[in-house]
Design a protein around this ligand. Sequence first.
Ligand SMILES: NC(=O)c1ccc[n+]([C@@H]2O[C@H](COP(=O)([O-])OP(=O)(O)OC[C@H]3O[C@@H](n4cnc5c(N)ncnc54)[C@H](OP(=O)(O)O)[C@@H]3O)[C@@H](O)[C@H]2O)c1
Length: 501
Amino acid sequence: MKLLTSVLLAGVTAFPQSSDRMPVTDAEKIADALRAGPAFITKDATLPTLYKRWQIGRLEIGRSRFDSPLELSWPRTLAKEAPGSIENWTVNDDSAEDSANEKDMRHQQTLMTNTRAIPETFLGVGYTKDRAGLPLEAVRVPVPQPGADQVLIRVAASSLNPLEYKLADLNFFGRTPPVVLGLDLSGIVVAIGSAVRGIAVGDSVVAMADLNGDGGWVAEGGGEDGYALAREFLTVPKPEYLSFLHGAALPMCFLSAFASLCGTVRAGDTVYVPGGGGVGHLAVQMAARVLRAGLVISDGSTPQSIALARQSGAHHVFDYKRDDIALEIARLTGGRGVDLVFDATYSEAGFIETAKTVRPGGSWVALGVGPGKTTRLVETESPVDSILAERGAKHINVNILRYFSDPAILDDKAKAFLQRGMTLAMECAVQGLVVPHIGRTIDSSVEAINAGLQSLKSGRSTLGKVAVIVDHNLAAGMRGAIPVLLMAPRACEQRCLQHDL
Ligand SMILES: NC(=O)c1ccc[n+]([C@@H]2O[C@H](COP(=O)([O-])OP(=O)(O)OC[C@H]3O[C@@H](n4cnc5c(N)ncnc54)[C@H](OP(=O)(O)O)[C@@H]3O)[C@@H](O)[C@H]2O)c1
């Protein structure tokens, strides 16, 4: 392995130093650092920047050669060259787009200092009648003023969640329409409330709007910006190395996985996460990479969803339409069953099957209102509790929506917990531990959003998440950037284990 020049080594000082981060910039140091433990390597900024700044012509790692930053495929190569040092790595070789990073940073800074006036109204996308259902419509609404603990965000990107078509169908928070949707957010803060201390105007942020509030999807055509409010405890600074699109794919799904798994999964546990949807594929990554579950089992119904579950770190992935999963799990666990099931599929039929895979004394965690209530319209008799009772297993329901439908539970402790989840989402993403897979990116237009929500509703969902570009100028530059940073998951794991709610 060839050593790079000392000129390149000078680049080391250009990066942040901390006790558990060691910036590494050349092949030999990377390999050594990976063997030793924590390492800090970026693909999407550090190395291309170094290449440009110091004009390094070629990098060699073992037998692999890269003639320009555009050819880098770090994770795959390093995994090959330093076996055992990288586990469960998600490979996404969008390197060509990543090289635009420096330009993006300048662009972002320009936009941050942009003093564009905040308009009085914007053309949002939402529902205008109680229980109108899909399709959503364009609706002109006032740009809201931040309350004391809120920030106003000029939205760069968002993502689709099943909650949005469910709200249009059922309006279950009892809102008086119009309601603008697009609750997962990333963008630039343009105004803050009087009690906001940790976020300033001009900050790039990732946030989740109150789920019983309004979102920031804007109807395309008028060339307008979209605006949404988020509370400070649900708003976190967007890390430099995370794109607006990837940031906006995280809040609702990450918080759901965080609330369900952190504090319930212990290192070494066997965990079954059925389905690899928006929540499921992040939950697999969290269990395998952050919480160090001993065995992670997942399933899917297509070759693509099965591949995503594997890429997310699942050790065994079955086809839930073809395989006898209870039998497979019994075989894998010596007849015992899994320590914990996290079922985010909202399928009553699925619930009954997954409950049968829990070991005696284990836990079955369901996201949302739970068995017998999944339609929210009628309650049905569900056998899930008796299946769990036979095993002496715990039934845990995690419901992020409750914080908004039942304000009494959104106390200071709950706010701190949600804020910790948002912070952890950013940390885990930039460390490459929990990275959303964006299966499709759409414009924020009424037509594209309706088509996307309709396909989520029909179960023909895109793999992973559907990202929504709200502001092309802001979001487009970093569309392909993914965090590629390797580091021991210690910090993330510790934050996860502080879970005490
Ligand atoms: N209340 C809350 O706190 C809360 C928070 C977030 C989400 N949710 C709810 O949780 C559910 C999941 O959200 P999401 O964003 O992950 O939705 P999503 O992206 O549509 O994912 C749903 C996944 O479930 C899988 N699936 C469906 N039936 C299955 C079965 N019988 N066995 C195994 N997998 C099955 C599908 O897999 P295939 O594509 O392979 O078929 C799909 O990938 C939604 O209903 C959402 O509204 C609730």
